[in-house]
Structure formats: C-alpha cells, structure tokens
Design a protein around this ligand. Structure first.
Ligand SMILES: [Zn+2]
Length: 206
C-alpha cells in the first residue's frame, strides 16, 4: 500500500525537480496546493503550460521576453529608448542580467551568453555566440562593452577570451571590478556591491 496516491506522488516528484526543492518541501507544496482547493491548481497549471509559448529568449539580447501579437519576442530593456544604445553588458545567464539590473548601475543594454567557457564540460569558444556579439557591436557602433561574467575560473576565462576576440574592434572592453567574491555568483551579490563593481570597471590590459 502506498502512503500517498499515485497522482499526488507524481506531482511531488515533478516539484522536487525544481532547484532548492527537496522531497520534503515538494510534499509540503503539493499538500498545500490540495488544501487550497482547485482554483490555485488550475491557475498554476494553465499559466505554467502556456509559459513556453508566451515567454521566449529575446531575439536581440537572449534575455527573456513576452511574445507579442506579431509573434516577436523583444524584451523591455531592448525596447527602452532611454537606454544608452552604445553600451552593452555581457552576462552569462538571465539571473545575472536581473542582478546587474537591480544594482541600478547599468544604463545600457545586455547580451546573455547562455554559457561560459568550460573545458571540463566540453564548452569551447565555438559554443559561445561570438559571431552574433561581433555583428551587434559592429552594426550598432557599440562604444563600450562591460564584461560581467562571474568571478569564477570559467567566468574569468570567458572574460579574457572575449577581450581577445573583441580587441580588433574599435570598442572599449572593460571588466567589472572585484568586490564580487571570487567564485561568487552575481545573482547573490548585494545590489551595492554589484553597483560598485560596475562603477569600478577596468579596461582590459591597462
Ligand atoms: Zn532583450
């Protein structure tokens, strides 16, 4: 005899796939949802199932965007006319973009790499969107690129690689200053620290 019905156990096993959610927390969430009655379950279910078609990577920066009536997905930051169009911040993940944005120190736009160089995981230069990056810098006459990859081994290697690749272009490439602890995650750096790290950015090799 199973302690919990199959359908409930299935929901628990799905919830347990979420980051930071273990079996016990998943069970607590599932029992909470049942206790709330059908409304929350239905709302959550329909919103979640529509999410992949409603939300797509932004076609410009690869951040997240709502798909509009024309089927286009361009995020609010890329659409914002008050942003400095000649300044781009390169981040590894959408979470990092949100963290930099919260610091309030970034007035330009972004490019989300989606990954970092990581020889151990088989991620080499060919896997990085370097051609897209160079095309955007050239076409939009970008003045400055701030590399805000995390201060980890992979993040630093990626930053150096980008600096080398972008060197022939007439663009200033800078790296966020230390202040974010080595091996730390931008996502968990506080807003003031991250803001200072952006303000104190340095040119590569100078
Ligand atoms: Zn965008």
């Amino acid at each position: 005899m199973a302690l919990l019905p199959d359908s409930l156990r299935h929901v628990i096993s799905l919830l347990a796939k979420l980051p930071g959610v273990g079996e016990k927390t998943a069970q607590r969430y599932a029992l909470f949802l049942i206790a709330q009655g059908g409304e929350l379950c239905s709302a959550l279910g329909s919103e979640l199932s529509a999410l992949p078609s409603n939300i797509q990577p932004c076609t410009v920066c690869k951040g997240i965007a709502e798909v509009d009536a024309d089927g286009e997905a361009i995020c609010d930051i890329c659409r914002d006319p008050k942003r400095d169009p000649k300044l781009i911040c390169i981040v590894a993940r959408v979470q990092d973009m949100i963290a930099v944005e919260r610091s309030g120190a970034m007035r330009g736009r972004y490019i989300v790499l989606g990954k970092l160089l990581s020889p151990l995981d088989g991620i080499g230069p060919a896997q990085l969107p370097i051609d897209t990056l160079i095309a955007r810098i050239t076409e939009e006459s970008i003045r400055e690129v701030i590399v805000a990859t995390p201060p980890s081994v992979d993040g630093e290697a990626t930053a150096l690689f980008l600096a080398r690749e972008l060197e022939p272009l007439s663009v200033t490439v800078s790296r966020i200053a230390s202040g974010v602890p080595h091996g730390g995650d931008l996502e968990f750096a506080d807003q003031i620290t991250l803001g200072r790290a952006l303000d104190g950015r340095r040119d590569f090799g100078r």
